[in-house]
Design a binder for this molecule. Structure first.
Ligand SMILES: Cc1ncc(COP(=O)(O)O)c(C=O)c1O
Length: 373
């Protein structure tokens, strides 16, 4: 391990292969690799390069700042940023040829101004809210915004490169909102077409839709979580995806305690017999959820075990019974699962959350190390 205490090892080959596998699932479409939130915790730049190596042609971020970081690292493919709060650096984005996701009518005017200031044509993706009721233009706002965008296009200030939307429940196969949103997207495209817009790319599918809803692939699919090898639909068979991140730590010490010993803050765990306790130097300061107290799965000395007592800021304890460990013993919190170690999905199941949250929350204190283990 490169650090004395822990590492989040990221298998970039897995990210490339997952991207290639997703591309094969959407043969008529291109792939936009989603790298927001530091590449779902995997490291944005290495993840982006791995996706491009795997055949992604576009990248997607939430914020312009993330997209600018990609440009700063020399990544020149089309990049879309789709959350643009009031003081977003639009001119910098236009100057860097970043495609801008438009979710409010007012943004068209703001982007016109940025284009005029910059002396460059802005690249715009109009986002239709087809039923997620989060970002995106409502059905009411759509015709006027499409018309404003068409005028800005005629004035040479913007180019509507894309029209897109996002699903609410693509991870629930058969959910009635899927068909409703798909049909609303078709309607939005028709209105845009009638206004004279000819977007290069129409895109709707996240990971779940890429894997299960071919009728939603359009010109481009936008997988995030699946590119990192985690399934958007727990238990979905035959994805061929490989989890890219392994979180492991050195066992910092082992101590013997008598039966009846309360362990860690609050004594929320008590040994029912004399036991060896292993200290794992990762805690909520590293992104291990405190809610994993007495429940988080961990592999130590080749065996599956459970966090014993409260997860602290920098450490937690594990009752390993009468087992003894070598000096170089490791604790594996999650990985691909090949050697019996827990997966991010196992952590999500125990905590009542999704694997997205498990990998994304690993904090910068944990060094990212690149390469298969
Ligand atoms: C607009 C948009 N597209 C695509 C994605 C990728 O979603 P997923 O990670 O489920 O594939 C996200 C992520 O939340 C998103 O916000």
């Amino acid at each position: 391990m490169p650090s004395s205490f822990a590492e989040a090892r990221v298998d970039l080959g897995a990210i490339s292969e997952n991207t290639a596998a997703l591309a094969r699932r959407a043969p008529g479409a291109g792939v936009m690799g989603v790298v927001k939130a530091d590449g779902y915790g995997h490291g944005m730049l290495p993840a982006a390069r791995a996706m491009l190596a795997g055949g992604a042609e576009w990248l997607g971020t939430a914020f312009i700042e993330e997209a600018l970081e990609l440009r700063g690292a020399g990544i020149s493919c089309p990049v879309v940023a789709w959350i643009l709060p009031p003081h977003a650096p639009l001119s910098a984005a236009v100057a860097a040829d970043i495609d801008l996701g438009v979710s409010t009518p007012g943004l068209v005017a703001d982007i016109r101004t940025a284009a005029a200031e910059t002396g460059r044509r802005a690249r715009v993706h109009l986002k239709a809210d087809t039923g997620l009721n989060r970002g995106g233009l409502t059905a009411e706002q759509w015709p006027e915004t499409v018309a404003a965008a068409a005028r800005a296009e005629a004035d040479g200030l913007i180019r509507v490169t894309g029209v897109f939307s996002h699903f609410a429940c693509a991870d629930e196969p058969g959910h009635p909102s899927i068909a409703a949103q798909t049909s609303a997207f078709h309607e939005a495209l028709e209105i845009a077409g009638k206004a004279g817009l000819e977007p290069e790319v129409r895109h709707l599918a996240n990971s779940a839709a890429t894997l299960t809803l071919p009728e939603t692939h359009f010109d481009l699919v936008r997988p995030g979580i699946a590119s990192y090898g985690l399934s958007p639909i727990p238990g979905l068979a035959g994805t061929g995806l490989r989890p890219a991140m392994t979180l492991r730590a050195a066992v910092a010490l082992v101590k013997r305690v008598p039966a009846g010993s309360g362990v860690s803050y609050g004594h929320r765990y008590t040994t029912d017999r004399a036991a060896n306790l292993a200290l794992v130097p990762l805690g909520y300061g590293d992104g291990v959820p405190r809610a994993a107290t007495n429940s988080g799965p961990v592999q130590i000395g080749g065996r599956r075990r459970t966090v014993s007592g409260t997860v602290c800021m920098d450490q937690f304890m594990v009752d390993i019974g009468d087992d003894t460990l070598g000096a170089d013993a490791e604790a594996v919190l999650f990985g691909p699962g090949d050697d019996g170690e827990p997966t991010a999905q196992d952590w999500a199941d125990v905590l009542g959350t999704i694997p997205y949250e498990i990998v994304t929350r690993i904090s910068p204190r944990v060094p990212r190390v690149y390469g298969a283990r």
